[in-house]
Design a protein around this ligand. Structure first.
Ligand code: ZN
Length: 465
């Protein structure tokens, strides 16, 4: 029997990740001082390595590094535009050129390696430019070990007969989630991938037939399936439900719990390297701090204390040495908590994500200033019992709120109620007289594979407004 090298590489990477996972389990419960010391040592190595191997960081950090340990907070932030612009100088291997990698990643159909060691991925760039990310094999093994950590935290353990796992996620093979599934597709679970762009009745039929023990979904899709289960059309009894990739509102989590009797485990997994997962206590997502340093900062880059909403998260990826990301800004407005968790893990938690800063709508105000409408302002829609799901689309000064209503709701009544409430909010924020809001009941909001990899974007801001 001959085994293709492709298979051997995946087996090897998965085996090393499974072995590393045991070591990682101990780190989750280290005393805080030990974890802090571990992070400081890794940051020091990462930064000095980046200065040696990357022209971009050599220039950027010149004169900023003294003899002593690296002070991460004293280094400049890196935003996505700068990363994209300087990609070729940032990466530590001169063979990696953005102009060649972009068409390459579009062609990639399976978990293939470039130059025998690199996995190249992109993010969908729902707010414009695509992000390009390269992980070498060592870093990828660490990321996979992190993925196995998430599985354990969610209560997913390999077993015989194999676990029936249905994953309703994005279909783009260039995205990280698809790559992880491909790497570990060596027979651990019975995997039933369903493109999230499948129409709802077909999803329901497929799931009824497959009867998954584990269901992995975008939270908005999980909430739709919860309605189907309550209505009796969907009849499944998953033991574990995990959610990822979109912002999950408390209302979505509650609906999933009501329908299936299972508390969904939320995962934050990003190609940049920020990974976090809820534990069995569902009290926020534990950041995988042995693999990544996360700083929560305000609009001016100052640290934000626990319990307060920041303007962005700064991510320092401790494992990716090929494309060093040091204080990389992710526009998530989050709340962190460092207090001990009942599970005994010492990893800090992201207790809330309020939305993405780039989902904030900007309108002309009454007095000529810009008025910022934060995604949180649409909470009345998100929490309205008659609303199944919604999307806000901005065109200039006009906001159109498309809503899908539950059976039995009166469209004119719901639209009128929400329009009054949202108009009052816009008014209170100081939006100009030419601004307006319209609530439009519709049959469904399509997930498209192209934009956002099938994710439901709650707010579509108009960048030219
Ligand atoms: Zn915990």
């Amino acid at each position: 029997v001959t085994v293709a090298p492709y298979g051997i590489v995946r087996l090897h990477d998965t085996a090393l990740a499974l072995r590393a996972r045991r070591e990682y389990a101990e780190r989750e419960r280290w005393p805080r001082e030990r974890l802090d010391a571990w992070q400081r040592e890794r940051v020091d190595e990462l930064v000095r390595d980046a200065v040696m191997r990357s022209a971009f960081y050599r220039d950027r950090f010149e004169g900023l590094l003294g003899e002593g340990p690296v002070q991460l907070e004293s280094l400049p932030e890196l935003d996505k535009a700068t990363m994209t612009e300087h990609f070729d100088d940032i990466v530590a291997d001169p063979r990696l050129r953005q102009a060649e990698l972009l068409p390459y990643v579009e062609r990639a159909v399976r978990d293939e390696l470039l130059h025998d060691r690199y996995r190249v991925m992109c993010t969908s760039g729902s707010s414009g430019r695509k992000g390009l990310f390269v992980w070498d094999r060592e870093a990828w093994q660490a990321l996979l070990a992190g993925f196995f950590r998430f599985n354990e935290m969610a209560g997913i353990r390999p077993k015989l007969p194999r676990l029936r796992l249905a994953a309703l996620v994005g279909a783009n093979p260039a995205h990280m989630t698809a790559r992880i599934s491909q790497t570990i597709a060596i027979g651990m679970h019975r995997l039933h991938p369903l493109p999230v762009t499948t129409p709802l009745p077909a999803l329901v039929a497929g799931l009824n037939e497959f009867q998954p023990e584990v269901l992995h979904v975008f939270p908005s899709v999980g909430a739709l399936l919860a309605d189907e289960q309550i209505a009796g059309r969907l009849r499944i009894r998953p033991r574990v439900i995990t959610t990822a990739s979109e912002m999950r509102t408390p209302a979505m989590a509650e609906r999933i719990r009501t329908a299936f009797g299972v508390s969904p485990t939320d995962l934050y997994g990003s190609t940049e390297g920020l990974w976090a997962s809820e534990c069995e206590h569902h009290a926020g997502m534990h950041v995988f701090e042995d693999l990544v340093v996360v700083e929560n900062v305000d609009a001016n880059g100052r640290p934000v204390p626990d319990g307060e909403v920041g303007a962005r998260l700064l991510v320092t990826n401790l494992v990716n040495r090929t494309q060093p990301l040091i204080r990389f800004a992710i526009p998530d407005m989050a709340v962190l908590d460092s207090s001990p968790c009942a599970c005994g893990r010492t990893l800090r938690r992201i207790v809330r994500v309020e939305g993405r800063a780039d989902d904030t709508i900007s309108l002309r105000g009454r007095d000529g200033d810009r008025v910022l409408v934060h995604p949180m302002q649409f909470a009345p829609v998100a929490h309205d019992a008659a609303v199944r799901e919604f999307q806000v689309v901005q065109t200039g000064q006009r906001l159109r709120v498309r809503v899908v209503l539950r059976d039995g709701a009166s469209p004119p009544e719901v639209a009128g109620r929400l329009e009054r409430e949202l108009s009052a909010r816009l008014d209170a924020l100081g939006a100009g007289p030419d601004s307006g809001i319209e609530v439009e009941p519709c049959d469904g909001i399509a997930r498209t594979a192209a934009a956002g990899g099938g994710k439901l974007k709650l707010v579509v801001a108009d960048p030219d407004a």
